[in-house]
Design a protein around this ligand. Structure first.
Ligand SMILES: [Zn+2]
Length: 317
């Protein structure tokens, strides 16, 4: 496992399997920015392998089929275009699980964005989790673990991937780049500690994101034009909105500059905060509506995330 913060979980899963005490259902939050998908893919391969050692052997028939994407005992479900995963899909899955013989030993099901399952779909899956077919492993990866039905959660082993400390991230980045990261690169890491994989991609592609927090702060403080949003882009603007509000709250509370996600904000924000007299509870309220907006936009399909984010900004002005 190349990503050091995923190693503890990987070792747990691997050891549990080796000692034949692995639970049959696992919940690992969908956090591709932290590399959760790489961990899950590696775990799926391990479960399918006929002669696993420290990891999947890569040579057995089962490994070759998995690598070719045509393993008959592997079932991958996902939400398409952010649409809900309906009960029909789950019923088809459970019927396939019951009626097809495993060809190589275990069967593996990975339901990505599992929180997009409708309640009926989740209940249909619950039945299968309660009475699983032999040697069947389930991996559910929801955006937010808390948004899965409690009954479903109670049937699974929940794994949490915690973002690593900044010093570990810096070390990892230097190792990966085989040089000292630049000041700009380090600042990116500091601003996105929850998304190191994403940061690495930006650096490798030399495609640095526009600094959305500064763009927002400039629009707000300077009463300038607010950004236009694409439909697909709202999530990162919502991130930036949360980051900005969080930092403004920290500045207002007089926390030291090291505790800011974006230290460069301080000089701009201080005089503005003094002039505006916005209360801490007001900032907290706005933050809460950001969280609520994210929940709503990810849980309900067909909503226009860009419009929702813009209506948040309208309340700040
Ligand atoms: Zn193998």
């Amino acid at each position: 496992m190349q990503l050091p913060w995923l190693r503890p979980l990987w070792l747990t899963l691997r050891n549990d399997l080796a000692q034949q005490r692995l639970s049959h259902a696992h919940c690992i939050a969908w956090q591709p920015e932290l590399g959760s998908d790489r961990l899950i893919q590696q775990f799926v391969r391990l479960l399918l392998c006929q002669q696993p050692q420290q990891q999947a052997c890569g040579r057995c028939k089962s490994c070759l089929l998995a690598a070719a994407g045509s393993h008959p005992d592997y079932y991958a479900l996902d939400s398409v275009d952010d649409k809900a995963i309906g009960v029909d899909v789950i019923r088809e899955l459970t019927s396939q699980l019951q009626h097809t013989a495993n060809q190589f030993g275990g069967k593996v099901v990975w339901i990505n964005q599992a929180d997009r399952m409708t309640v009926t779909a989740a209940n249909a899956l619950l039945k299968t989790l309660e009475e699983p077919t032999a040697d069947t492993y389930f991996i559910l990866s929801p955006r937010r673990v808390s948004s899965l039905l409690p009954t479903l959660r109670s049937r699974m082993q929940i794994h949490v991937i915690s973002p690593p400390e900044l010093s570990i991230l810096q070390q990892w980045l230097a190792q990966h780049l085989q040089r000292h990261p630049s000041a700009v690169e380090l600042q990116l890491l500091q601003q996105h500690p929850q998304a190191p994989v994403q940061v690495l991609r930006w650096i490798e592609n030399n495609d640095f994101p526009a600094d959305r927090v500064t763009v927002l702060a400039t629009a707000w403080f300077g009463q300038q034009r607010w950004p236009d949003l694409d439909r697909g882009d709202w999530s990162s603007w919502l991130d930036a909105s949360e980051q900005l509000l969080g930092d403004l709250l920290r500045i207002q509370q007089g926390l030291p500059v090291e505790q800011l996600r974006q230290p460069s904000l301080l000089a701009m924000a201080k005089p503005w905060l003094k002039q505006q007299q916005i209360s801490a509870s007001q900032f907290s309220e706005w933050l809460k509506s950001c969280y609520a907006t994210r929940k709503m936009a990810t849980e309900q399909s067909g909503l226009n995330g860009a419009l929702l984010v813009q209506s948040l900004w309208a309340r700040w002005r």
